[in-house]
Write a protein that binds this ligand. Structure first.
Ligand code: DQA
Length: 149
């Protein structure tokens, strides 16, 4: 069974009440339940981690180094954390950077990602479906990529 780690960074524990016009009204738990239902159908095992602390996110990435993939919403750390970038570069598990909002349509500082260059890809702007689309890569697209090789 494929093992995927879903890691969420700072302030994502406040989803549901945090800027609902930007991030929607689903709580992080709602999103996790939604993803778990999809994962159960796909025969994928998901683990969930959220922290507001940069070093704890670094450790969660290291802990998932033997997983089949990581879906990472690093929140604001996306835009300036070299430590998280280095953790992603240090492991061979593919990491997909995701965002609920379309960061490219927002403030200029959100248009810089420290982590995108070391991620397998980036998905932004689809609300909770950003997580689902990343999961889809690990369940479907990754396999068809492997067959082509
Ligand atoms: C976010 C976008 C980031 O710029 C912001 O700091 C967040 C959430 C998103 O999911 O849209 O905390 O990662």
């Amino acid at each position: 069974m494929k093992k995927i780690s879903v890691i969420n960074g700072p302030n994502l524990n406040l989803l549901g009440t945090r800027e609902p016009g930007t991030y929607g009204t689903d709580t992080l738990e709602d999103i996790q339940v939604y993803l778990s239902q999809i994962a159960a159908r796909e025969g994928v095992s998901l683990t969930f981690f959220q922290s507001n602390v940069e070093g704890e996110i670094v450790s969660a990435i290291q802990d998932a180094s033997a997983f089949d993939g990581i879906i990472l919403n690093a929140g604001a750390y996306t835009h300036y954390s070299i430590a998280i970038r280095d953790a992603i570069a240090a492991i061979s598990a593919p990491v997909i950077e995701i965002h609920l909002s379309n960061v490219h349509a927002r403030e200029e500082f959100r248009q810089t990602s420290m982590i995108a260059p070391v991620c397998r890809g980036v998905i932004a702007g689809f609300g909770k479906e950003s997580y689902r689309l990343a999961l889809l890569f690990f369940t479907v697209a990754q396999e068809s990529e492997a067959q082509k090789r």
